[in-house]
Ligand binder design. Structure first.
Ligand code: M6R
Length: 613
């Protein structure tokens, strides 16, 4: 995701910005830029050389004029507009005096842009962010100070943002604001700093303050002051930061996995932002496939590996139920060797966090060779799969560092279920009122995921109780089955213990022979329609001596009669349960792995991205 840095009042501005951007590289990015601003002059440099962009920017900045004491810098992770220099931040207004950087998504950018263009504004990028520069320009033209102009601008925009704005006609001031995307202010004698992440300014500032949602901050060399969206003064909360740089990159967590597990509410929220127009149409801006082509789809086939395969399995339930299309799901390494049938109207969806998994790329290539339309679901903008596919939908989970996938999974499920709703909308298989209710429900999931994250202590207690076990069976029904597969995968890759996922109905067809005292059975029991059947599955394994753990909803009063341990989760629409339920399974696997002293970020024998067959 994008990184932000800013400084006012420093005699070392350029070095501060470039070092800060280097420290933000770990977030993942595809382009970078800075703007130096002083009275009557704005100097800007931008580069788009992938992960070499900051290095390239340093070269560009060798020709920067000297003597600037204020500036802003940005690393971009593309969402709207290709990762090219014209789309890199900072963006300027028409006069070239106002420079802005932005992290997040402006949901109503199309309508704002149309309005501004009709009043003569000239846009030079295809980003959603550029509207901010021109909006601020409009309010500055009315004589408002920069802080007030930003506040007025924010009353117009919808969406998520961490932004910073400067204006050469009001020098030595940065105005910053936040909604959803993180932002911190740092102070030191004579200079004030701004960053999306503490590491960027850790060695420059001596005190750090968190900006909360819908707060606007004005930074000057002497310090800062903050207001809310109504213009009332607010105090920023001072953070006690005793981190070294490494801990700071992990957002204060012990490891990337824990950080990424905790980023899941945001991953879902970001993936869903900007996906529905005012008239209710579900839309994917980056998708290069027409509504007519989507309407003509006769059959869907999903190909993926590992965790992405599990999200593909969940998509099958959603697309079949909502869009009434037949769906196959293939493990990508199997797909191209089975001489797949690709008839006219087959849509193949390749699902991959990295977009670089060789088996999945080969599978989507094979599908294209056979005449299928291919959609890539990728977390990395312009990944090989995204470039080669006919269409792409980006999950916006941000860089995932830990080998075990967590936030990419929930973001994939959110994106795929949204695509299922779009297919239903185009095919007329669901009434608009139902689509509306499901869309609202999908948007509520991030809060439900947060509620699970808040129950860490109970999950850790259960993990402690079961630390000595060696065999784990995860069972589920309907979408609870892929959730069970994912829970088992997380446990085995993190702990190296034996863990298998099964459909609950399969127990009697073999696995029951393995159930004895010492074996742990973990059941996904959150779907009311499957509840009775799951209870009888659990009675069967309990009668044979297994220790039973159930993931169950808060209102489930029956579950304790069959479960030794219960991991409670908020109830949600059954199709959305995987995103909520999996979080407790991830945390359980994480806690067991930590208890066993495993390296949770880098499990043995595994790579983050498998690029050889
Ligand atoms: O980048 P991809 O989503 O294509 O990666 C697929 C698998 O390699 C990946 O999900 C792997 O299974 C993870 N280690 C699971 O946690």
């Amino acid at each position: 995701m994008c990184g932000i840095i800013g400084v006012v009042g420093s005699d070392d501005t350029l070095a501060t910005l470039l070092e800060g951007l280097t420290r933000l590289e770990y977030r993942g990015y595809d382009s970078a830029g800075i703007a130096l601003v002083r009275a009557g002059e704005t100097w800007r440099a931008r580069t788009a050389s992938g992960t070499e962009s900051v290095a390239a920017l340093k070269e560009e900045c060798l020709r920067a004029p000297k003597g600037f004491t204020s500036g802003i810098g940005h690393t971009r992770w593309a969402t709207h507009g290709a990762p090219e220099a014209i789309n890199a931040h900072p963006h300027l207004d028409c006069s070239g005096n106002i420079a802005i950087i932005h992290n997040g998504i402006i949901e109503n950018h199309t309508e704002i842009k149309e309005d501004l263009e009709s009043r003569g504004h000239i846009f030079t990028s295809v980003t959603d962010s550029e509207v901010l520069a021109h909006l601020i320009e409009e309010f500055r033209a009315q004589g408002l100070e920069l802080m007030e102009a930003v506040r007025q601008g924010l009353l117009v925009v919808r969406g998520a943002f961490a932004l910073a704005a400067m204006d050469a006609t009001e020098p030595n001031v940065i105005v910053a604001a936040r909604r959803i995307s993180p932002l911190v202010v740092g102070t030191a004698p004579g200079a004030t700093y701004l960053a999306s992440d503490v590491p960027a300014i850790l060695d420059r500032a001596s005190a750090f303050y968190a900006v909360n949602d819908d707060e606007i901050v004005r930074l000057g060399p002497e310090g800062f002051r903050a207001i809310d969206l109504e213009g009332a003064p607010v105090r920023l909360h001072q953070l006690s930061i005793e981190w070294d740089l490494e801990t700071a990159e992990k957002g204060g967590h012990d490891d990337f996995m824990s950080k990424e597990i905790n980023e899941q509410p945001n991953a879902i929220r970001s993936t869903l932002l900007d996906r529905r127009r005012k008239d209710g149409t579900i839309t994917f801006d980056e998708m290069r496939i027409s509504d007519d082509e989507l309407r003509d789809v006769k059959r869907v086939c999903l190909v993926a590996a590992g965790t992405s395969y599990h999200s593909a399995l969940i998509a099958k339930y959603a697309i079949e139920k909502w869009a009434r299309l037949g769906v196959d799901v293939d493990i990508s390494s199997e797909y191209r060797y089975r001489d797949p049938i690709v008839e006219v109207g087959t849509l193949v969806i390749g699902v991959s966090q990295s977009g670089e998994t060789i088996d999945t790329i080969q599978a989507t290539r094979e599908a294209q060779r056979r005449g299928a339309h291919v959609v890539a679901i990728s977390n990395i903008v312009d990944s090989s799969m995204a470039r080669e596919a006919d269409a792409v939908i980006y999950t916006r989970a941000g860089l995932e560092v830990s080998v075990a996938s967590t936030k990419a999974f929930v973001a994939q499920v959110a994106a795929l279920e949204l695509l299922a709703l779009r297919l239903a909308q185009l095919r007329g298989t669901l009434p608009e009122s139902e689509i509306d209710g499901l869309f609202q429900g999908l948007n509520a999931v991030s809060a439900q995921v947060q509620a699970v994250l808040d129950r860490r202590e109970n999950i850790e207690l259960v993990a402690k109780e079961l630390m000595g076990a060696h065999d784990f069976f995860f069972i589920g029904r309907h979408v609870g089955f892929p959730t069970a597969l994912e829970g088992a995968l997380k446990l085995k890759e993190l702990t190296y213990l034996h863990a298998e996922g099964y459909p609950g109905g399969e127990l009697k067809h073999g696995p029951l022979a393995l159930i004895e005292p010492g074996v742990v059975v973990i059941a996904i029991a959150t779907d009311p329609a499957m509840h009775e059947k799951m209870l009888s599955n659990l009675s069967e394994v309990k009668a044979r001596g297994a220790s039973v753990v159930a993931v169950a909803t808060d209102d489930d009063e029956m579950i304790e009669s069959v479960a030794d341990f219960v991991l409670r989760v908020p109830a949600t629409e059954p199709m959305f349960t995987p995103m909520v339920d999996v979080v407790s399974l991830q945390m359980f696997a994480y806690a067991v792995a930590r208890g066993l002293g495993r390296n949770v970020d880098r499990p043995r024998n595994l790579a983050k991205t498998v690029t050889v067959e």
